[in-house]
Design a protein around this ligand. Structure first.
Ligand code: ZN
Ligand code: ZN
Length: 131
């Protein structure tokens, strides 16, 4: 969304860290070993009441590190791991493709998710500043 040309990258199901080479390498390894080690688990969570987000366990646990501004929320409305509702564990995660901005260090699908979150919250947060 910053105007930088997006590149296509291999990704894991995690919207947050899925485009990192290390994450993709770990998932490839898990697939090769037929998930005998369960190094990283992926799941779909309900977030912000109506949205769904696909994350690895680490990023889900770390969701509270995001400034509420990122989701279009007010300063006191930090989203913590406790606010995520587990919908389903991805039993057979695979490597996919997504566009990626090397400037924002963000996957296009995560940017879209954040835009949707901000749109949903904007009516209540119209008078607040955003990062
Ligand atoms: Zn960008
Ligand atoms: Zn992740």
């Amino acid at each position: 969304m910053c105007g930088t040309e997006l590149e296509v990258r291999d990704v894991t199901p995690c919207l947050e860290c899925g485009a990192l080479e290390d994450s993709v390498a770990v998932l490839r390894q898990d697939i090769a070993e037929r998930f005998q080690h369960d190094t990283v688990e992926y799941a779909v969570y309900r977030i912000l009441e109506t949205l769904e987000i696909s994350l690895c366990t680490y990023c889900a646990l770390d969701i509270g590190s995001y400034s509420p501004d990122v989701f279009g929320l007010g300063k006191k409305d930090r989203v913590g791991f406790g606010e995520l509702q587990l919908l389903r564990v991805l039993r057979d995660p695979s490597v996919g493709k997504d566009k990626y901005c090397s400037e924002c260090k963000r996957r296009l699908s995560f940017t879209k998710f954040l835009l949707e979150a901000r749109r949903l919250n904007s009516s209540q947060q119209a008078d607040r500043h955003r990062a």
